[in-house]
Design a protein around this ligand. Structure first.
Ligand code: ADP
Ligand code: MG
Length: 268
């Protein structure tokens, strides 16, 4: 499809295995048909950026990937595991909550609102899941949490409570907290949309570093600069369908569909 010469990265990406495979996914809320047949794949180590107008189904799609929402039809695989369901006799049966929880351990999610535990320090927030969910020892969890806080540039804020941190710092703690479970996939749902403009850059930098470290990421964002610079693929959704998907630089420079053009002209 691409007419540009392949870079080394593209070649490597071309050989990387599919980590996420979304096949024919539909989602209804009651009679409201929100996802209308979504197909999408994300390769290991790829940064897939998802854009689209409000209400187009981006958050719903992300939430389906870690089964925070059930799906009405189709299949989602992460690392070859069918998410949320077991297939038996040609039919899908929802997995027991315990098995869904196990699948979710491998998938980190960062939301627009940071939802940190307000009564816990940054350090305690990052330690929480490894200790409570994985049963990791406190000393090891603390060492790892301090490493992660350093990675997001918050070594000096370990003992601060969320209320003592800026929104950007809280979001970086939320990223460290998601990483503490050693996920193989990270989902970001508009991680900078709730931030004051001057705080956006630090969060995007942490995400860039994470991408450079080889993490597989699906990022819903209106930060077109991030999509262009860091994204390996760009997918434009509207009305519950994928309208256009491909190389971010090509799509941004030369969108093929009128709806993509109209959307980009508003956010650029
Ligand atoms: P986006 O993230 O692209 O803005 P969403 O996935 O949040 O879009 O929403 C897609 C559509 O689904 C919207 O029309 C929204 O109102 C609807 N929707 C989202 N969540 C729910 C829900 N829990 N119950 C009913 N409708 C919902
Ligand atoms: Mg959303």
């Amino acid at each position: 499809m691409s007419t540009q010469p392949q870079t080394d990265t593209a070649t490597v990406q071309g050989h990387a295995k599919e980590l996420v495979r979304i096949e024919g996914v539909h989602k209804f809320y009651g009679s409201h048909h929100v996802l209308r047949g979504i197909d999408m794949t994300v390769r290991q180590g790829e940064v897939a950026v998802l854009i689209g107008p409000s209400g187009s189904g981006k958050s719903t799609l992300l939430r389906c990937v870690n089964h925070l929402e059930s799906i009405s039809a189709g299949r989602i695989f992460v690392d070859d595991h069918l998410i949320g369901y077991r297939e038996r006799g040609g039919k899908l049966h929802e997995l027991p909550a315990k098995e869904i929880a196990l699948q979710r351990r491998n998938i980190g999610m960062v939301f627009q609102r940071f939802n940190l535990f307000g009564h816990k320090t940054a350090l305690e927030n990052v330690m929480e899941a490894p200790v409570q969910v994985k049963g990791q020892g406190k000393a090891a969890a603390k060492r790892r949490a301090l490493e992660l806080l350093e990675r997001v540039g918050l070594s000096d804020r370990a003992n601060h409570y969320p209320a003592q941190l800026s929104g950007g710092q809280q979001q970086r703690v939320a990223i460290a907290r998601a990483l503490a479970m050693d996920p193989e996939l990270m989902l970001f749902d508009e991680p900078t949309s709730a931030l004051d403009p001057e705080l956006v850059g630090d969060v995007l930098q942490v995400m860039k570093d994470l991408a450079a470290s080889g993490m597989t990421m699906v990022v819903v964002t209106h930060e077109i600069g991030f999509a262009r610079e860091v994204g390996e693929t760009l997918t434009f959704m509207d009305g519950g369908v994928v309208v256009e998907s491909g190389n971010p630089r090509e799509i941004i420079a030369n969108p093929q569909h009128e709806r993509t053009q109209a959307f980009l002209s508003k956010v650029l």
